[in-house]
Design a protein around this ligand. Structure first.
Ligand SMILES: [Zn+2]
Length: 331
């Protein structure tokens, strides 16, 4: 390894500890389980089983987060008594599979100093909540963000090559990451971002010169009672766990509108919907001055109810959209 690369890796390594996992495993499990139920009896179900073998789609939905357990030396680490959702992937063969994915997707996006490893950046985008729709270009969007990642996985599943900088080995790997990123793409704080001044006032990063210090890191730099705002949105209430999936819920998911246009472009349309919910997520919120790298948020009234409503709608949409992509891929 060249010394320069080693230095860059060391700098990246400092970020490993600070990156938060996404949508706790519960939300992702629910998204995968909803999609699994919605494709039952279709050709998509047969093809998914052919690719995943005995890995259930609800387990596949956490694979990309479990791959974050691969270190800078491309070795997967079991964390005792943590991440039980990853146990299913902790066999020599499946650990090697995660290590191989990370090896091909850690610096392929040429991360700038202070940025996360590429595969960790695939989980989110940070478009400002002032924008009316998702498009590539504004501050926070990237050609390797979660919108691009979903599009890339869909392309590979349909037999096309992955666009740069993604390195997706085959259809199985594409399905594993798609099952996860489809969930992230529906988590409001993985898509729409608020940018704040040191005084805690809202900033539009696309007006004038962008100041990176206004970036709230998907709400990870915003503290609320009991943790940070991002984690609060990653959490799902007990009512949204996959054990609660019933016919009524599946019926609701089946009514989610089909996205128009080419399947590989659907992710941008989904991001626009999620962006609308990110605006809801920050509505009426007040912020303290920046202190020790954090803003403290004062939440508006009934915020827990607002979150629950958005989470139910978005998780249902994510499951329906994942199923729709699979059905469109294998009609
Ligand atoms: Zn994620």
């Amino acid at each position: 390894m060249k010394p320069l690369k080693a230095v860059a890796l060391a700098a990246l390594g400092t970020f490993l500890a600070s990156s938060a996992p996404a949508y706790g495993p519960d939300g992702h499990h629910t998204v995968g389980a909803l999609a699994r139920e919605l494709i039952k009896g279709t050709r998509a179900e047969t093809e998914v089983t052919a690719l995943l073998g005995d890995i259930d789609l609800s387990d596949a939905a956490v694979w990309a987060d479990c791959a974050k357990g691969v270190d800078q030396n491309f070795k997967y680490h079991v964390t005792p008594n943590r991440y039980p959702e990853c146990r299913v992937f902790e066999t020599p063969q499946r650990e090697a599979e995660m290590e191989d994915f990370v090896r091909r997707n850690f610096d392929n996006c040429s991360p700038k100093p202070g940025e996360e490893l590429c595969h960790k950046q695939y989980h989110y985008t940070d478009i400002a909540i002032q924008r009316s729709r998702y498009e590539l270009g504004p501050v926070g969007t990237r050609n390797d963000d979660v919108v691009a990642a979903v599009g890339a996985a869909v392309r590979v599943l349909r037999g096309d090559p992955a666009p740069a900088p993604f390195n997706i080995k085959d259809k199985r790997e594409a399905l594993l990451i798609l099952a996860h990123y489809a969930g992230d793409l529906h988590q409001p704080l993985h898509v729409g971002a608020i940018y704040l001044s040191a005084k805690g006032t809202r900033v539009d990063p696309d007006q004038g010169t962008y100041n990176p210090k206004t970036n709230t890191r998907g709400g990870n730099s915003i503290s609320v009672a009991g943790g940070n705002l991002h984690a609060k949105w990653d959490d799902v209430p007990a009512t949204l766990k996959m054990s609660k999936i019933n016919q009524a819920w599946l019926d609701k998911a089946a009514q989610v509108a089909i996205t128009s246009g080419l399947p590989a472009d659907w992710s941008a349309a989904w991001a626009t919907t999620t962006l609308a919910d990110a605006k809801v997520a920050f509505k009426g919120m007040k912020f303290s001055v920046l202190k020790s790298g954090k803003w403290k948020a004062t939440l508006p009234k009934n915020y827990t109810a607002t979150m629950a409503e958005v989470k139910e709608r978005q998780i249902t949409a994510a499951g329906a959209h994942l199923a729709a992509i699979l059905k469109a891929t294998w009609p």
